[in-house]
Design a protein around this ligand. Structure first.
Ligand SMILES: Cc1cc2nc3c(=O)[nH]c(=O)nc-3n(C[C@H](O)[C@H](O)[C@H](O)COP(=O)(O)OP(=O)(O)OC[C@H]3O[C@@H](n4cnc5c(N)ncnc54)[C@H](O)[C@@H]3O)c2cc1C
Ligand code: FES
Ligand code: FES
Length: 496
């Protein structure tokens, strides 16, 4: 055990422990930045798991982590290319090589064969693993939309999704508990692999986490690693001190009381999705389109906010709702309005050694109207060009309080304070009274201008989204932002 944790806690472990190929593995020495994919392919020669993009996008590297917690067994499909090896502590790793028993294929593999869905050797292992996770965890045969969502993080470049969806339908679900994959118990205790200059640590309590970060304020915090993983694979950063938050007891706590939802920083995006959808369906849709099943299984609420990206999805939604953030440094806890956390491009109000513990989100009152829209080039698994969120209190047809927040419009996610001022008192029935608010948006932002969208496009979209929200709140049918699918050639107008 390294000195760092010894100072703050006596008991602990100096090796990660997980299950692989039916046996328990302990590793006491590895570079903290090692990805699971490199360990599988280079150290273990397990080349069934492929490397496509090495940035969490294509799904070729999908493996499944089986965890057992409180008697429940979960099957999480994750991108091994951006997952750190240390993050498998307390899990069973299942790769494509594990599914068949001798010559007997797993039902998903069988269905892939029957539906002629195995098209190329790069995508197929990842696709099989995504469908395996669905097969093992779904309690009822999945609907088409569920299957499509499950496959959103597996990019097939030959566009042959129809037989793959058909295979998922044929495979159905496992009835009852799996006899073969039962996960692995977390061995408990603080974990510290390495020495003070280079380590992978995973404290098991908030107190030891706080103490460890006071001692190592320069350590990199890792939650799901869906951002940090890319610093390693694309940024080639040699990160030497890593503190993983995935085992901190209570950091993934959820409480729902007094009209507020409190989400611990470690709550995964997958777990946050249904809770946010309960606040408003638009939040559910933003979350459904957040990354992919793989990204949502690993990525966390705290990571998305702490990352401070100007195009992160949660920040504008939660700023519009009026959320507050809680942070802790050593024994000191403080809270602040979420919008005040974002200071400048990639600069947050967070001192070294401080960490986000939770975010508290006020729910909507009966007089509140809310809308949130994510605009991207591709519908699924794409980062926002613009994300707009609106919370208006509407009394007797007039807007009382207003909170308008955008992502993608500035170097930070931010409120549109001028537009908020001008929209106050506007009557929903009277489009002319919206004009001040729509025009004032130009005072609020100098939008980003990059490969994702031009500044002019973003300004226009931001204005149109405010108008769309007001129209929908007035009672107009919801406008579909999706681009209509091209008509089949047979239906296209014949040339005259
Ligand atoms: C393919 C792909 C698609 C994506 N799609 C989207 C998308 O649609 N929308 C979107 O918003 N993002 C998207 N992302 C980005 C990413 O998934 C999210 O930002 C995610 O929420 C990050 O969470 P994480 O737990 O993985 O963070 P990590 O990568 O672990 O950490 C991110 C940052 O936060 C810090 N950090 C983490 N936890 C804490 C804490 N508790 N306190 C203080 N600092 C902390 C880390 O040090 C790091 O700086 C995508 C990423 C990928 C790879
Ligand atoms: S290799 Fe593309 S998601 Fe991992
Ligand atoms: S299955 Fe690999 S490109 Fe379609």
């Amino acid at each position: 055990m390294g000195e760092g944790m010894q100072n703050s806690r006596v008991a602990g472990r100096s090796a990660i422990r997980f299950r692989f190929r039916g046996r328990e593995v302990e590793l006491a020495a590895f570079a903290p930045r090692t990805t699971l994919l490199d360990w599988l392919r280079i150290d273990q020669g397990a080349t069934g798991t492929k490397e496509g993009c090495a940035e969490g996008d294509c799904g070729a590297c999908t493996i499944v982590l089986v965890r057992r917690r409180g008697g429940e067994v979960s099957f999480a499909p994750v991108n091994a290319c951006i997952l750190l090896l240390g993050q498998v502590d307390g899990a069973e790793i299942v790769t494509v090589e594990d599914l068949a028993e001798g010559t007997i294929l797993h039902p998903v593999q069988e269905a892939m064969v029957e539906a002629h869905a195995s098209q190329c050797g790069f995508c197929t292992p990842g696709i099989v693993m995504s469908l395996f996770a669905l097969h093992e965890s779904a309690s009822v045969p999945p609907a088409r939309d569920t299957i499509r969502d499950q496959l959103a993080g597996n990019l097939c470049r030959c566009t042959g999704y129809r037989p793959i969806v058909e295979a998922a339908e044929r495979a159905g679900t496992r009835a009852g508990a799996s006899p073969r994959w039962w996960g692995c118990d977390d061995a408990g205790g603080d974990l510290f692999v390495g020495r003070d200059e280079q380590f992978f640590a995973a404290p098991d309590s908030i107190e030891t986490l706080a103490a460890l970060l006071v001692k190592h304020p320069d350590a990199t915090l890792v939650s799901g690693a869906t951002d940090v993983g890319l610093w390693i694979t694309k940024g080639l950063q040699d990160i030497r001190k890593i503190v993983w938050l995935g085992r901190v007891a209570g950091l993934d706590a959820v409480s729902d009381e007094d009209g507020s939802l409190k989400l611990g920083a470690g709550v995964t995006l997958a777990d946050a999705l249904p809770l946010l959808r309960e606040i408003h369906p638009d939040l559910g849709e933003v979350m459904r389109r957040f990354g992919s099943v793989q990204v949502r299984a690993s990525g966390t609420v705290g990571g998305n906010l702490a990352n401070g990206s100007p195009i992160g999805d949660l920040a504008p939604c939660l700023i519009a709702l009026g959320a507050t953030l809680e942070l802790r440094h050593g024994g000191v806890t403080r809270t602040l309005p979420l919008e005040d956390f974002f200071v400048a491009y990639r600069k947050q109000d967070r001192r070294a050694g401080e960490f986000v513990t939770s975010v508290t989100i006020p729910k909507l009152a009966a007089s509140d109207q809310f809308r949130a829209y994510k605009v991207t080039k591709r519908l699924d698994e794409d980062i926002s060009a613009v994300l707009a969120a609106f919370r208006f209190e509407v009394v007797d047809g007039r807007i009382g309080r207003a909170r308008i927040a955008y992502g993608g419009m500035a170097g930070i996610p931010a409120r549109a304070r001028s537009a908020e001022g001008f929209i106050l008192g506007a009557r929903l029935e009277d489009e002319k009274s919206w004009r001040g608010g729509l025009t004032a948006l130009a005072l609020d932002f100098t939008p980003l201008d990059d490969q994702r969208a031009s500044a002019a496009y973003r300004s226009l979209v931001a204005r149109n989204l405010l108008k769309k929200a007001l129209m929908e709140m007035r009672g107009a049918p919801a406008l579909d932002l999706r681009i209509a699918a091209p008509r089949p050639l047979s239906q296209a107008a014949s040339p005259s």
